[in-house]
Design a protein around this ligand. Structure first.
Ligand code: SF4
Length: 98
């Protein structure tokens, strides 16, 4: 079955967000999830949020429907704490370097 993010994977908007995410990982000393399907899902849904709402809202922590007044942007304020505690952020996008 097709995923709802499949159509956005590989678009310029997706690639721009993926480049942004890779840059953040590099700057903060983290890795991305080695599971590329997970990357496609999280980055794809986040890119869809940006296309619709103009900001990179976290797709895993968001309300349904998304609430711009409450939902967090990626990278979120809890990221470093989650990585330190669990080895990855809530979305399993950013991982701790071993
Ligand atoms: S949980 Fe991960 S993907 Fe979601 S906003 Fe935080 S850092 Fe980004």
């Amino acid at each position: 079955m097709a995923n709802k993010w499949d159509a956005i994977v590989g678009t310029p908007e997706y690639n721009e967000n993926l480049a942004r995410i890779r840059k953040i990982a590099g700057q903060q000393g983290h890795l991305l999830n080695p599971d590329e399907e997970r990357i496609r899902k999280v980055v794809g849904l986040m890119t869809m949020n940006n296309n619709e709402f103009g900001k990179y809202y976290c797709p895993c922590k968001q309300n349904h429907p998304l609430d711009p007044a409450k939902d967090v942007l990626c990278p979120c304020p809890g990221m470093e704490e989650e990585i330190a505690k669990d080895g990855h952020c809530f979305c399993k996008l950013f991982y701790q370097k071993k």
